[in-house]
Design a protein. Structure first.
Length: 147
């Protein structure tokens, strides 16, 4: 899951719903491990009994949000965005600014599908825009099952 570090309230709630749905469908939720959409997705996954991983930009596990099970400090700063984008087999994006755009580019460049809610509009080869975070999560998991 990728997205806004400073989400709107609706984006935050949609990220919680997406994280929850991913966990219900058996996915491990991987994020950048910090606040905003990353925290929301991890929170939703934990509330559903799922497992969460945070790929942190700095060197301290203490930087992870409270809902991260496995905190991996990379020491890579923003360059860790490539790791986040490539760690999953599909990506869910909610909101976001330049870092999210970079993660979408890394994911699409690696041939990974990106499903989103209220995020970057990049044409037919970019993000499949959906009406909710939960629907984006469902489509992401379904894309793996059909592959």
């Amino acid at each position: 899951m990728i997205g806004a570090s400073a989400p709107t309230p609706e984006q935050y709630e949609q990220a919680v719903a997406a994280g929850r749905r991913l966990a219900e469908l058996g996915a491990v939720v991987v994020t950048g491990g910090r606040g905003g959409v990353m925290e929301a997705a991890s929170r939703g996954a934990k509330e559903a009994g799922g497992q969460t991983v945070g790929l942190l930009p700095g060197l301290s596990r203490d930087d992870a949000n409270a809902f991260v099970d496995v905190a991996l400090p990379t020491g890579l700063g923003e360059m860790r965005n490539g790791l986040v984008a490539r760690s999953g087999e599909a990506v869910v994006a909610i909101g976001g600014a330049w870092g999210t755009l970079a993660e979408i580019a890394f994911a699409r460049g690696a041939g990974k599908a990106v499903f989103g809610f209220d995020t970057w509009q990049l044409g037919d080869d970019g993000v499949v825009e959906l009406d909710s975070g939960a629907e984006a999560a469902e489509r992401a998991v379904a894309s793996l099952r059909s592959a």
